[in-house]
Design a protein around this ligand. Sequence first.
Ligand code: T3D
Length: 274
Amino acid sequence: MSQPEPQVLIQQDAAVRTLTLNRPKALNSFTTSMHAELLAALNAAADDASVRCVVITGAGRGFCAGQDLSDPAIAPKMVDGQMLPPAEQPDIGDLIEACYRPLALRVQTMPVPVIAAVNGVAAGAGANFALGCDLTVAARSASFIQAFSKIALVPDCGGTWWLPRLVGRQRAMGLAMLGDKLGAEQAAAWGLIWQCVDDAELGATVAALAARLAAMPARALVETRRAFDAAAGMGYDEALVNEGRLQSELGHAGDYAEGVTAFFAKRVPTFTDR
Ligand code: T3D
């Protein structure tokens, strides 16, 4: 009997692990099994010391179209064209708690940098999943759509947190309320993503960026992510205190000694902390 096609493809090139969402016929929309495979793949990358950068991309013409809306577990329950009472409807909050929250937190706690290589449309939770990665690089033909309002939901997968922080409240409101397609070029101009590149250059650009990050001090990069996110909820002095605490910790780590030694030896440092 043939095995079912994996919904997440895993490939490693040197220290860079690439995870490819693999449901191209449905624009790589999330099913519970794709969630499980993706979380397992991220956990495996986090636990593998040979991995120093993770890239997430999509197979085919899309990056990810958010939740698979054909999933009977989340479809509104109807009988003879009438909606059943709320008590008999599926609880989408359970899906968020079981799948999207663990996924968003896993990305946010990865011990190495995570790049989203957005090869095509990123809609709903697919868009916000990409925005929650450390760096988001998109092909010029790609787009970002806060599709939630069109099905009478709110942005999820971290969207309420990321959108106003990345582009400001007005643009976040416009994107979320109208649900219009935002092209990659405009997304980069607004600061929603790191970079927009020609479609033909996406693979090479992301490979070069990932290789560069993989050679950098992973622990310091990850503490930078945590410090930025923590500072969002801090006063100025508290953020300064936190910076001191982190420098104290990192200053005792091997990568700092290596960085300084390599600087004076005029050689390229070899960072190993994670
Ligand atoms: O229960 C919950 O909803 C919980 C909440 C979860 C968070 C969310 O993510 S909510 C938002 C869910 N996503 C969407 O609402 C996006 C739906 N998709 C679209 O609006 C469009 O597909 C796109 C704008 C993304 C792309 O449009 P286009 O014209 O390039 O492609 P298409 O023809 O619409 O889609 C291609 C195929 O993918 C098509 O299948 P077919 O007709 O060829 O057999 C389409 O049905 C399928 N597809 C696209 N998105 C989804 C999907 N199938 C299932 N679920 C999808 N989200």
